[in-house]
Ligand binder design. Structure first.
Ligand code: G4P
Length: 193
């Protein structure tokens, strides 16, 4: 998606050959107009798939997921990273380890909100090692929902997440694919269409 690539090119900062900082429009300050365009692009791509729920992982996936859900006219579900006292109903959980952040959490879904009747689209901001997306897939499999695809804003193609997801036969739709990064320099690969 040219719009997103341009923003990354102009405002993204390659902190190292691994980490891209996009705090000014995705991760900290959020550009709602960009998110609307992103949501529409994702929604158009999955329009024919009869999506009934959009699922994301807190927190940075929420903005694009909400816009995609709005386009598709379906609810959005946020997978929680922390057990909540309010979430005392029937839940399923899976452990996710983030290599980038060096943390682990219990990803949690209330069974009330996604069932075997659902056709689900997963939306998240980054795909690195794929651990968060795989956690979401495991939870959706626990409730027997059908997974129609994973939409990602920024795929770091030099990390294994995309390839692992491809092997599982789940469609990944990445709006921007980064082939390579060096401090201060970002090289894009061909985005998905
Ligand atoms: P994975 O899910 O693909 O395996 O990624 P990994 O565990 O390595 O990283 C998890 C967290 O790190 C995610 O945020 C992800 O968005 C973030 N992340 C990964 N690579 C980058 C990067 O190059 N730049 C930035 N800014 N973030 C990156 P999270 O823990 O889910 O937190 P949140 O931001 O959604 O709250």
């Amino acid at each position: 998606m040219k719009l997103l690539e341009d923003r990354i090119r102009n405002e993204g900062i390659a902190l190292s050959d691994q980490i891209l900082k996009v705090d000014g429009f995705i991760n900290h300050q959020v550009d709602p107009f960009l998110m609307k365009e992103i949501g529409d692009e994702i929604g158009r791509h999955f329009d024919e798939k009869n999506i009934t729920k959009v699922v994301t992982i807190e927190s940075s996936g929420i903005s694009p997921a909400l816009m995609a859900a709005m386009y598709l006219n379906v609810p959005m579900i946020i997978l929680k990273k922390q057990a909540s006292k309010v979430l005392n109903e029937d839940v399923c959980q899976t452990n996710v380890t983030s290599f980038t952040k060096g943390t682990s959490y219990e990803l949690t879904l209330s069974k009330k909100y996604v069932t075997k009747e659902d056709n689900v689209l997963i939306v998240d901001d980054f795909m690195a090692n794929g651990e968060a997306a795989f956690g979401a897939v495991r939870l959706l499999e626990m409730v027997d929902a059908k997974i129609q695809g994973v939409a990602i804003l920024i795929e770091k193609s030099f990390q294994p997440g995309r390839e692992r997801m491809d092997k599982l036969g789940i469609e990944v739709f990445s709006l921007a694919r980064i082939a390579k990064m060096e401090k201060g320099n970002i090289t894009f690969g061909k985005a998905d269409e």
